[in-house]
Design a protein around this ligand. Structure first.
Ligand code: HEM
Ligand SMILES: *[C@@H]1O[C@H](CO)[C@@H](O)[C@H](O)[C@H]1NC(C)=O
Ligand SMILES: *[C@@H]1O[C@H](CO)[C@@H](O)[C@H](O)[C@H]1NC(C)=O
Ligand SMILES: *[C@@H]1O[C@H](CO)[C@@H](O)[C@H](O)[C@H]1NC(C)=O
Length: 329
């Protein structure tokens, strides 16, 4: 993939920028007119190859934006002197489909070299994942730049655990100016995709150290989960996050009302008085859910911190850092 390291060094000098321009729709309409089309096209191909990859790519926006803003930091591979976010507790053995992002980036570099940031790719691809799964479609604001670094620690300090309860989730989202309604709507992203037994063993067998299952799980559903994830199972085995894991719809909220949420952090949104009204509304009114979800995704996509940025040419590596390439010679 790399030609010669000195090419990368030159590119770095050209692309370095500090200013965070305000985001706007159609940011690439002059500099890369086909950008949005290219992203959707690669996402369609990914969907045909592996339907779950839509969910996996959509999740990346959340894990990127909550940690130092939407800056593509999540996508950086570790280097000799940096342990990045991919190693963080919520990400390792869990985040997937990075190869789809690579494919999008390669197609964009072919069409418009050094123009579309990896951070913007994540926001575009998340939107497309939802639209291609039968959910809403919306216009996104663009113009983000990519970080020069990433930190496992920063991700570990922020990203929520599947054990989280509604109160801690409300407080976490409030730190990002996201409301209780945003929290519930954004959790509706779990309308698509899967999770590992690893994420629910505690609630099946030892909720809050009680040695017992989470009483909020509907008994027949618990039977199913016990079969999927018996004690001693390979905890990489996965199950669907709602009853229709390939369709972006409000089934997720109907499942919560019925005690059939997969994750503890999801079911707690119905158990808790503060979040329950939103779960009820979204379970009955899919349009309300879609509207609130789009609002939440736009707000989450605005999270930015002042820091140096660039347009990476490879989403996994900072420009002009051929160190690992040299080491592999
Ligand atoms: C509210 C707090 C949240 C918690 C505690 C949480 C937690 C989790 C966990 C534990 C998994 C399964 C991981 C595994 O077992 O490997 C998961 C999957 C997923 N999450 Fe979240 N999540 C939250 C919010 C969000 C948000 C805001 C989004 C996107 C907008 C999102 C999108 C997804 C998707 C699409 C999947 C399935 C991915 C796949 O199939 O590969 N989550 N989440
Ligand atoms: C939340 O809003 C406050 C007040 O508008 C602002 O000062 C703060 O920077 C915002 N926080 C985030 C993470 O956007
Ligand atoms: C359940 O959790 C508690 C507290 O974390 C722990 O002390 C106990 O050993 C666990 N029990 C089992 C059966 O894993
Ligand atoms: C899941 O698989 C990964 C390798 O893909 C392995 O390193 C890890 O230990 C497995 N995790 C569990 C909980 O079995």
């Amino acid at each position: 993939m790399y030609r010669f390291p000195w090419v990368l060094l030159l590119v770095a000098a050209v692309n370095m920028a500090v200013a965070a321009e305000p985001l706007r729709p159609g940011f690439y309409s002059e500099t890369c007119p086909p950008a949005e089309f290219i992203v959707r096209d690669v996402m369609k191909k990914a969907m045909i190859r592996e339907p779950r990859s839509l969910a996996s790519v959509m999740r990346l926006q959340f894990h990127d934006c909550f940690v130092n803003g939407c800056d593509g930091s999540l996508l950086l591979d570790d280097t000799a002197d940096m342990v990045g976010e991919k190693q963080a507790l919520s990400n390792i053995n869990s985040l997937r489909s990075f190869e789809v992002v690579d494919e999008i980036k390669e197609a964009l570099e072919d069409a418009c070299p050094s123009t579309v940031s990896c951070a913007d790719i994540l926001v575009l691809a998340a939107r497309d994942a939802v639209a291609l799964s039968g959910g809403p479609d919306w216009e996104v604001r663009l113009g983000r730049t990519d970080s020069l670094t990433a930190s496992q620690q920063d991700s570990d300090n922020i990203m929520p655990s599947p054990r989280a309860d509604a109160t801690s989730l409300i407080n976490l989202f409030a730190q990002f100016n996201l409301s209780v309604k945003d929290l519930v709507a954004l959790s509706g992203s779990h309308s698509i995709g899967k999770a590992r037994c690893f994420s629910i063993m505690f609630r099946l067998y030892n909720q809050s150290g009680s040695g017992k299952p989470d009483p909020a799980i509907e008994p027949e559903f618990r039977e199913k989960l016990n079969q999927l994830c018996p004690l001693g199972v390979d905890e990489n085995v996965t199950g669907p996050l709602d009853a229709t894991p390939r369709v972006f719809d409000n089934q997720f909220f109907k499942d919560l009302v019925g005690g059939r949420g997969f994750l503890n952090s999801d079911q707690t949104l119905f158990t808790s008085r503060r979040t329950r009204p939103y779960v009820r509304v979204f379970s009955k009114d899919q349009d309300e859910f879609f509207k609130a979800f789009v609002e939440g995704m736009l707000k989450m996509g605005e999270l930015q911190v002042e820091q140096p940025g660039e347009i990476r040419t490879n989403c996994r590596v900072v420009n002009g850092r051929p160190v690992d390439v040299l080491m592999s010679y």
